[in-house]
Design a protein around this ligand. Structure first.
Ligand SMILES: Cc1cc2nc3c(=O)[nH]c(=O)nc-3n(C[C@H](O)[C@H](O)[C@H](O)COP(=O)(O)OP(=O)(O)OC[C@H]3O[C@@H](n4cnc5c(N)ncnc54)[C@H](O)[C@@H]3O)c2cc1C
Length: 477
């Protein structure tokens, strides 16, 4: 009998649990244990709608316990704080309200699917807990953001004016796509309320240009015309009268003022009445210790504390090729450990890393979307199933070989909605597959309109259905 422990029940961990349970069905008495601090799964992409008050957080969640009970998966409501890879042991702090002490949980195989640590501390004054800005990264953050946004709306209705800033709160941020959706949703919401002319709306980002998105942008060719993600974003910003400040790091935030420095060393103070700024992501603050209690971080983690897998690490940006990206998500020092979703360490950023003259990073990190998180979770789960059956890992999900799909919500409505549907192949530029740009520029797609808004709503329901393992979930792509 083999015991697999999965840390985290987000996109990658939850899908890994379902895939592994399915793969091991009828193949002996194997145990799957999920460790997750919260009792609910959250469909994080819909937090953009929660943050603008358009849906409640509960509409993007479901209870995990009944799903696990139905599938025979064990669940520990807790937070992994230590991993001891030499002893195949993790330490879990309970999060179920009991006063029990930390629990020691053994494993034969471990999948780290713990997602991002939201590093608000990287910028003084950033974030809703210790700072002056809002976030849409978690259900409580997005709910709080909606509360403040609707309060602002009430002030606007009384005739006040406001400056709203949306974007990244540090030069090393990722996930610009979520900010891009949020600013356009705010624009359309204010326009629908007849309040748009009372607001100055600004995009603030570490990207080299609007539309870089941490994936070094994208290009789509139609006939002789090449259309870029920068063309798309700047056209949308112009149409929606959104100003932009890019190539910028945020040094600090005071009440009502964001202090920035750009790549040329220009320092700027951007005033705001309401700001939603994303934090930089790090790996979760879990300790990795050897049998003597020595810290294994330098061996197992990259500088941002993401967990190393089967990638080639340490190459300069210009020398990283498609082959350097991970394929099986297996750690090469401890082959019974995998890391997936946002938790795995990429070999480097896709967008060119830069600095300000004062040495601050202006370096968008690569986003790991829900879809890629699922693909990596699935590959790791199937590889664990192979190992359990005495075979080698053979399931791959390289980001340099898989397509990326993103639907950016602009307006959430069944009849008047709009979203940009973007499809690229592959996510990471791969010049051995596509010499030149490294992507299939003729095969890529961007379409904007009501159909996209329906698709975005459809995905919300499809993911919640699939990850709750409802009948036929295996057939939902
Ligand atoms: C606002 C926003 C909008 C987004 N929009 C989109 C979108 O439109 N499309 C898209 O594809 N992607 C989108 N993304 C990205 C997408 O949400 C992520 O790719 C996805 O959530 C990553 O999955 P994950 O499993 O790696 O991490 P998560 O989904 O964050 O899951 C991690 C899980 O691990 C748990 N955990 C954390 N620490 C521990 C620990 N120590 N022990 C045990 N469990 C732990 C957490 O509680 C959580 O349940 C968006 C992200 C944000 C923030």
């Amino acid at each position: 009998m083999a015991k697999t422990v999965i840390l985290g029940a987000g996109f990658s961990g939850q899908y890994a649990a379902l895939i592994l349970q399915n793969a091991l069905k009828g193949r002996g008495e194997h145990e799957i244990v999920v460790v997750n601090p919260f009792p609910k799964f959250t469909y994080v992409p819909s937090m953009i709608w929660v943050g603008t008050g358009q849906i409640k957080a509960e509409e993007a969640q479901f209870d995990l316990a009944p799903v696990y009970e139905r599938l025979g998966i064990l669940w520990i409501q807790g937070l992994a704080t230590e991993v001891h890879p030499d002893e195949n042991l993790i330490v879990v702090e309970p999060r179920d309200g009991t006063s029990r002490g930390p629990q020691r949980v053994t494993y034969d195989y471990l999948i780290n699917a713990t997602g991002p640590h939201l590093n608000f501390d990287a910028t003084p004054g950033l974030g809703p807990d210790k700072g002056y800005t809002h976030s849409i990264c978690t259900p409580p953050h997005a709910t709080d953001t909606a509360h403040h946004y609707l309060e602002l709306v009430r002030r606007l209705e009384k005739g006040e004016r406001a400056r709203i800033v949306v974007g990244t709160g540090h030069g090393a941020c990722t996930c610009q796509g979520a900010g891009f959706e949020f600013i356009n949703l705010v624009h359309n919401d204010l326009a629908d309320r007849g309040l748009r002319d009372r607001v100055d709306l600004r995009w603030l980002s570490n990207e080299p240009y609007p539309g870089d998105f941490g994936i070094s942008g994208f290009e789509i060719q139609r006939g002789p015309v090449v259309f870029t993600s920068e063309d798309m974003c700047t056209a949308i910003f112009r149409a929606n009268q959104i100003e932009w400040t890019v190539r910028s790091h945020v040094h600090a935030i005071d009440e009502g003022v964001i202090h920035t420095e750009n790549q040329d060393g220009e320092q700027r103070e951007i005033p705001f009445d309401f700001a939603m700024l994303l934090p930089p992501f790090q790996g979760k603050p879990i300790k990795y210790l050897d049998r003597n209690g020595n810290d294994l971080a330098s061996k197992l983690l990259n500088p941002a504390r993401f967990f190393k897998v089967d990638a080639n690490y340490g190459k300069p940006h210009d020398e990283i090729t498609a082959d350097d990206w991970p394929r099986t998500y297996q750690n090469l020092d401890y082959r019974n450990i995998f890391a997936v979703g946002i938790a795995f360490a990429p070999p480097g950023p896709m967008s060119r890393p830069c600095q300000t003259p004062s040495g601050a990073p202006v370096s968008p990190a690569i986003p790991r979307t829900g879809y890629t998180s699922e693909l990596t979770g699935k590959a790791a789960a199937l590889n664990v199933a192979e190992l359990i059956q005495g075979r080698s890992p053979c399931h791959t999900a390289s980001l340099a070989e898989t397509a990326g799909m993103c639907i950016a919500s602009m307006k959430n409505s069944w009849f008047k909605g709009s979203a940009a549907v973007i499809g690229i192949h592959p996510i990471v530029r791969n010049t051995s597959l596509y010499p030149g740009d490294g992507r299939d520029v003729r095969g890529g797609a961007v379409e904007m309109g009501l159909a996209g808004a329906w698709l975005k709503k459809g995905l919300h329901h499809a993911f919640l259905y699939k990850l709750a393992a409802k009948p036929g979930w295996k057939y939902v792509p």
